[in-house]
Design a protein around this ligand. Structure first.
Ligand code: PLP
Ligand code: TYF
Length: 393
C-alpha cells in the first residue's frame, strides 16, 4: 500500500528547529523560526493571558461542542480589532491559527473560483505556496523584494497586479512582511487597492503580526483602505504571536461582503469547509482571547504587553546594528532598523547563513532571514560576532 510513498521534504523553517534542538553546542542561538522570546530568551506567558485563565479556572465550565464558527464573542472581538467595529456584512469564523484561517479561505475560494490562480509575494511565507497548492490552486508570484536596493520593487509589484486576470487571488501581507520585514507605505497601499479594484482581483490579507509594526490601529491601514474601497476581501488573523499563544491555535478568517445578506450566505459556506474538516474549533485559547479583548482592564494590559514586545524588538534591531558596527562592519545597515515585525532580511547569502550555523551555532533561514524577536542582551554578542565574521569573510 505504501511502497511508492515518497519521502516529503521537511518544512524549511520547522526543519531548522529540529536541527537546532539536536545541536549540543552550549552557545547556540535559534533565530530561525518566527517566535518571540523575551529579554531572558524565554517564551513569554502574557500576564493578561494568566489573568484570564485564572478567572476561567475560578469558574470552570463544561466542555460542550462549540458552534461550527466558534465562540460568538470571540468572532465579534476579532471584528472589532480588525475592522474597528462589529459588522454584519463581514462573515468571521474562529480558525485554527492563521494557518487554519488561510486554509478555510483557500478551500472556499477553490470552490467559488476553481479556475483562478493565486499570486503570492516573491518571497513569501513558505506555507502560503504549499497551502494554496494543496487546496488545488496554481500558485505564482508577484515581485516584491528588491535585493539591490534592500527594499521593495513596488513598480514591478504594481505592474504584476495590473497584468493579472480578473478573479486572481492576491495574497498580501497586511503588515510586517514575512520574511523580509519590508512593508509598502499607505500611499502605495492606495495604489494596490486601486489596481485590485480596477482589475477585479480577489485580495486575501494575511494579518499574522497586527501590533508588531507601529501599533494595533496603525497596522490596520491596509484593511481600512480595502474597506473604504468597497471591494470584497479576505482577512486571516493570527493571535499566535500577539498573545504568545502559539500552541492554542487561535486565529480567525473574516470575509468582507457587500451586504448583510451576502455575508449570511458566505458564512454558511465557510461553515461547510469547517464542518467537513474538523467539525468545530477548540475552546480554551479562543476563550482566553475573547475574555482579554472584551474586558477593559485585561485589554489595556494586553496592549501594554504587546507594545512591550514591539518596543523590545526595535531596541534589538538598533543594538544589532550598533554591535555590528562596533565589530568593524562598514556597510550601511540602516535597513535593519527600518524593517518591521519579527524578521530581518539580513542580505546574507545562503552560504553565509550556513557558515553562521555550522561554525558559530547561529541558526537563521538560508534566505538570509533572521528572527530579531529572538535576540536579547545575552545572545546579541554571539550573534553580532558571528555575523560580522561572515560578512567580513
Ligand atoms: N501567515 C504568516 C505570514 C505567518 O508568518 C504565520 C506564522 O506562523 C502564519 C500566517 C501562521 O500563523 P499561525 O501560527 O497562527 O498558524
Ligand atoms: O515564518 C515563521 O517562522 C513562522 C512560524 O510551516 C512557522 O511563521 C514557520 C513555518 C511553518 C509554520 C509556522
Amino acid at each position: 500500500l505504501f511502497a511508492d510513498v515518497a519521502l516529503a521534504p521537511r518544512d524549511p523553517i520547522l526543519g531548522l528547529n529540529e536541527q537546532f534542538n539536536a545541536d549540543t553546542r552550549p552557545g547556540k542561538v535559534n533565530l530561525g523560526v518566527g517566535v518571540y522570546y523575551d529579554e531572558n530568551g524565554k517564551l513569554p506567558l502574557l500576564k493578561c493571558v494568566r489573568e484570564a485563565e485564572a478567572a476561567m479556572a475560578a469558574a470552570p465550565k463544561p466542555r460542550g461542542y462549540l458552534p461550527i464558527d466558534g465562540i460568538a464573542a470571540y468572532d465579534k472581538a476579532v471584528q472589532k480589532l480588525v475592522f474597528g467595529s462589529e459588522l454584519k456584512h463581514v462573515a468571521t469564523v474562529q480558525a485554527l491559527g492563521g494557518t487554519g484561517a488561510l486554509k478555510i479561505g483557500a478551500d472556499f475560494l477553490k470552490q467559488l473560483n476553481p479556475a483562478s490562480k493565486v499570486l503570492i509575494s516573491d518571497p513569501s511565507w513558505e506555507n502560503h505556496r504549499a497551502l494554496f497548492t494543496q487546496a488545488g490552486f496554481t500558485v505564482e508570484t508577484y515581485p516584491y523584494y528588491d535585493a539591490a536596493s534592500k527594499g521593495i520593487n513596488f513598480d514591478a509589484m504594481l505592474a504584476a497586479l495590473n497584468a493579472a486576470p480578473a478573479g486572481t487571488v492576491v495574497v498580501l501581507h497586511a503588515c510586517c512582511h514575512n520574511p523580509t520585514g519590508y512593508d509598502i507605505t499607505a500611499a502605495q497601499w492606495a495604489q494596490v487597492v486601486a489596481a485590485v479594484k480596477a482589475k477585479g482581483l480577489t485580495p486575501f490579507l494575511d494579518m499574522a503580526y497586527q501590533g508588531f509594526g507601529f501599533g494595533l490601529k496603525e497596522d490596520g491601514e491596509a484593511v481600512r483602505q480595502f474597506m473604504a474601497a468597497g471591494v470584497g476581501f479576505f482577512v486571516s488573523t493570527s493571535f499566535s504571536k500577539s498573545f504568545s499563544l502559539y500552541g492554542e491555535r487561535c486565529g480567525a478568517l473574516s470575509v468582507v461582503c457587500s451586504s448583510d445578506e451576502e455575508a449570511v450566505r458566505v458564512l454558511s459556506q465557510l461553515k461547510i469547509m469547517i464542518r467537513t474538516n474538523y467539525s468545530n474549533p477548540p475552546t480554551h485559547g479562543a476563550q482566553v482571547v475573547a475574555q482579554v479583548l472584551s474586558d477593559d482592564k485585561l485589554r489595556a494590559l494586553w496592549e501594554e504587553e504587546l507594545a512591550g514586545m514591539r518596543v523590545r524588538i526595535k531596541a534589538m534591531r538598533s543594538a544589532l546594528v550598533a554591535a555590528l558596527k562596533a565589530a568593524g562592519v562598514t556597510q550601511d545597515l540602516s535597513f535593519v532598523t527600518e524593517q518591521l515585525g519579527m524578521f530581518s532580511y539580513s542580505g546574507l547569502s545562503a552560504a553565509q547563513m550556513q557558515r553562521l550555523r555550522n561554525e558559530f551555532g547561529v541558526y537563521g533561514v538560508d534566505s538570509g532571514r533572521i528572527c530579531v524577536a529572538a535576540l536579547n542582551e545575552g545572545n546579541l554578542p554571539t550573534v553580532a560576532a558571528a555575523m560580522a565574521a561572515v560578512i567580513k569573510g
